[in-house]
Design a protein around this ligand. Structure first.
Ligand SMILES: [Fe+2]
Ligand SMILES: [Fe+2]
Length: 342
């Protein structure tokens, strides 16, 4: 296991203390509204909504339906993410620690997402739930391999990015559903997107804190994460092929799912580029000039080493944007998804 540097320990302690003092605000519905008032899956979609959900689901395009199933799968692999957070090095282990409380509260809020989406898939009658549930079983079994190790800096960059990515994806599915005349599905995805936006703020504050305490180490982790690209959490998704009863190797299903998301305009390489730029500017590391060109920001006092790291981030950001600009929208994949009833 990689040794944890003293600066990382100090950063984790500072995050813990800022959570305690309120300097990092708890941007969660649970903390702000209390358990009595948070939304539950049943408060959005109830027993009597079967017919409406079935009607609405038929109005969505095949790609949007597939994206919805893939998003559900991603949300329902929650045990993987909770494990992943608990294993971060430097995580205080006391029951009363604020970071442990955060993991529990975050998990409780996230759990609603998978439950609500799964319920809609089930109620609609439009999907092969047995095939979907086999994919879920395999995904939780596979976990994820995203190159963060247990390094808190890489993990908090990853979670900051991913919360925004899921927010974008759910919000765009909501938009597509609204356009198709499916208001209940739209409302559900919108409510979930709202949670993701709040979670993103928390993780972003963790990174900001690490930048205050250890700018050299945190900027170096950002460079590494930007260089290796941010993998999606469900990148190991698999399915059992109905025709051969064999398991499709990881990568192929995700590629087909991702093509559907891009084709439907739900999550594209332009979104990826926008998120990575947004984070750099949110943390006061880089800014765009009037011509939209990225440059190192003067907002933070940085050492020579940290400035070099940020200059590298700016260089990578430009490449990401160039590639996103050139990327062509993929064709609808010729993939026979086991999840969809034909
Ligand atoms: Fe979620
Ligand atoms: Fe989330």
């Amino acid at each position: 296991m990689k040794e944890l540097f003293t600066d990382q320990v100090d950063s984790m302690k500072e995050i813990e203390s800022r959570l305690q003092s309120g300097a990092i605000p708890w941007t969660t519905l649970t903390r702000n509204h209390g358990h009595q008032k948070v939304w539950t899956p049943s408060s959005i979609v109830g027993h009597n909504d079967h017919t409406e959900i079935a009607r609405e689901m038929r109005l969505l395009s095949r790609e949007v339906q597939i994206v919805l199933v893939g998003d559900t799968l991603t949300e329902e692999a929650l045990p993987t993410y909770t494990n992943f957070l608990t294993a971060i090095q430097g995580m205080p282990d006391g029951y009363e620690s604020n970071l442990q409380k955060w993991i529990r509260e975050w998990s409780a809020e996230e759990e609603r997402h998978g439950t609500l989406l799964d319920r809609m898939l089930f109620m609609s009658g439009a999907f092969n739930m047995d095939a979907y549930e086999r994919s879920k079983h395999m995904l939780i079994d596979s976990g994820m391999d995203i190159g963060t190790q247990n390094d808190p800096y890489r993990v908090f960059y990853y979670t900051s990015f991913q919360e925004i990515a899921t927010q974008v994806s759910h919000a765009n599915v909501a938009k597509r559903a609204q356009e198709a005349g499916a208001p209940l599905i739209a409302k559900s995805c919108k409510v979930i997107a709202g949670d993701e936006a709040m979670h993103a703020k928390m993780y972003s504050s963790f990174v900001k804190t690490a930048l205050d305490i250890d700018p050299d180490g945190m900027t170096s982790a950002i460079v590494e994460m930007m260089r290796q690209q941010v993998q999606m959490p469900a990148h190991l998704m698999q399915e059992v092929r109905a025709d051969t009863n064999s398991v499709l190797e990881p990568g192929l299903l995700f590629a087909a799912f991702s093509d559907c998301a891009q084709h439907a305009g739900v999550y594209t390489s332009k979104d990826y580029a926008r998120i990575s730029g947004k984070l750099l500017s949110e943390w006061g590391l880089a800014a765009q000039n009037d011509d939209g060109k990225w440059q190192v920001s003067k907002e933070r006092q940085l050492s020579e080493a940290a400035r070099e790291n940020v200059a590298e981030c700016v260089r990578i950001q430009k490449v990401i944007e160039r590639l996103a600009h050139r990327a062509k929208t993929p064709e609808i994949p010729d993939h026979d998804f086991s999840w969809i009833l034909s």
